[in-house]
Design a protein around this ligand. Structure first.
Ligand code: SF4
Length: 439
């Protein structure tokens, strides 16, 4: 198999051109391989030798959860779209024709959910600041240009639009001076989250160029790095040529008096089995950084309480802090991976009830929606009505944080927009004039 040298020595990526060979290994027949490749013309595919050789149980593929985490499935997109794209591939259509058809499908997949392209983009004077989002007063998200890929791509990725090679669907910046200037003008910002993609795809020297200018800003209490590198490429912190330098960089952030929050994305307990992960976690913690863990709840990958309780336990024993269970977002193949909110709540509750109080730092299931992070606290009966109890963990309007509200129970609802208010004519985050159905 042809392998591509990746951004770090020893790292080997597999991309769409390797897909057919890998699908054969999973035992898929000709027609199914063609349909999976059709899906991969729309959604990004990338994995690497560590995931392929150490995380996937090939004897269980294509049902293996780690296989499903990185390999597209033929039924992830509407059948008519897959059939059309598969026909183009079968007929050796031109690249331009395939791209045009793939683009049309992408546009129907809500590439930028939760108002990311309009509601969250900050402005310097009249001009939008590219590659940044400022949704909550105290936190700015920054998308470093060189960090807009990952060591492997998750099939459920909510940032898939960043990776498909369409410039209009991508936001990123390499302008750290603008970030620093923006922060100085906004003293209410106390935290910056580097996100992507995966910022840990960047080598130490590039990462340093982004981090160092922030260290002198007194207003900053925390710097967060959102990353799946511990799951997909733990070598990044153990044996990569710049592993030690990276750890020294982390230590310098902590020495500057900032909380360095390493936001580790783990989707399945198997990602934490390797001794390499243990070693990587211990080395990162040795710098004074804190590792908090998060992942979405995904049908066919981790939709059972046992997966979550064993993840949280393992995280606790390794010294990480369970932080969030998210609801799969309303973008890309959401229909395929979504778990209904009612079921998601049951999975969360069952897992939460079976772990010690030290694991109960975790919150969820939480939707990162347009008004903020909405947590499903439970299902109950009030005045003879079955309702969801919800609250905003984080909100555009800080006044709404932590206040409970209710929605009519709907066993099929998978996202906030499927819910209808109960005991009120609107949700607290909706404008007073807007209304849909009587309560
Ligand atoms: S690691 Fe995060 S950004 Fe990268 S593919 Fe997975 S979900 Fe998307």
């Amino acid at each position: 198999m042809i392998l591509k040298e990746g951004p770090t020595r020893g790292f080997r990526a597999y991309t769409a051109k390797h897909l057919d060979d890998l699908l054969r290994r999973a035992g898929l027949g000709d027609e199914e391989r063609l349909r999976v490749r059709a899906v991969a013309t729309v959604l990004p595919f990338r994995t690497n030798a560590y995931v392929v050789d150490h995380l996937i149980d090939w004897s269980a593929a294509p049902d293996d959860p780690m296989y499903r985490l990185v390999f597209p499935q033929a039924d992830m997109l509407p059948e008519t779209d897959v059939t059309r794209l598969a026909a183009l591939l079968r007929d050796d259509a031109s690249g331009a024709e395939i791209q045009a058809a793939a683009h049309a499908v992408r546009m129907r997949l809500n590439p930028h959910p939760a108002g990311q392209l309009d509601l969250n983009v900050p402005r310097a004077g009249p001009k939008p600041v590219p590659g940044m989002q400022h949704k909550y007063p105290e936190t700015v998200l920054f998308f470093p240009k060189q960090g807009q890929t990952c060591h492997a791509y998750c099939t459920y990725c909510f940032r898939w639009a960043q990776f498909v090679g369409e410039p209009d669907l991508k936001f990123a910046s390499d302008d750290v001076a603008t970030l620093v200037g923006y922060l100085k003008e906004h003293p209410e910002v106390t935290g910056v989250l580097f996100t992507g993609g995966d910022p840990m795809i960047m080598g130490e020297s590039v990462l340093r160029r982004y981090l160092e200018p922030l260290l002198g800003l007194e207003q900053l209490e925390s710097i967060r790095i959102g990353t799946k590198s511990l799951g997909y490429w733990p070598q990044r912190f153990v044996s990569d040529p710049d592993a030690d330098d990276t750890l020294r960089l982390f230590a310098s952030v902590v020495e500057a008096g900032k909380n360095l929050a390493f936001m580790a994305h783990f989707s399945h307990p198997r990602e934490m089995e390797s001794p390499l992960v243990e070693s990587a976690v211990s080395r990162i913690l040795g710098t004074g950084a804190v590792i908090r863990t998060q992942a979405p709840l995904i049908r066919s990958i981790n939709d059972d309480p046992g997966a979550w309780s064993s993840m949280w336990r393992r995280q606790l024993t390794l010294g990480m802090v369970p932080y969030y269970m998210f609801v799969e977002r309303d973008t890309g193949p959401q229909d395929y991976f979504a778990v209904p909110l009612a079921r998601g709540y049951e999975i969360f509750r069952d897992a939460y009830a079976s772990v010690s109080g030290l694991c109960r730092t975790v919150r969820g299931p939480s939707m990162s929606a347009t008004p903020g992070k909405v947590c499903v606290d439970g299902v109950t009966e009030i005045a003879g009505r079955e309702v969801f109890v919800l609250h905003l963990i984080q909100a555009r309007d800080p006044d709404l944080v932590g206040r409970p509200f209710f929605a009519r129970y709907d066993p099929k609802a998978v996202w906030l927009t499927d819910l209808r208010p109960a005991f009120a004519d609107r949700f607290p985050f909706e404008p007073a004039v807007a209304r849909r159905l009587p309560a």
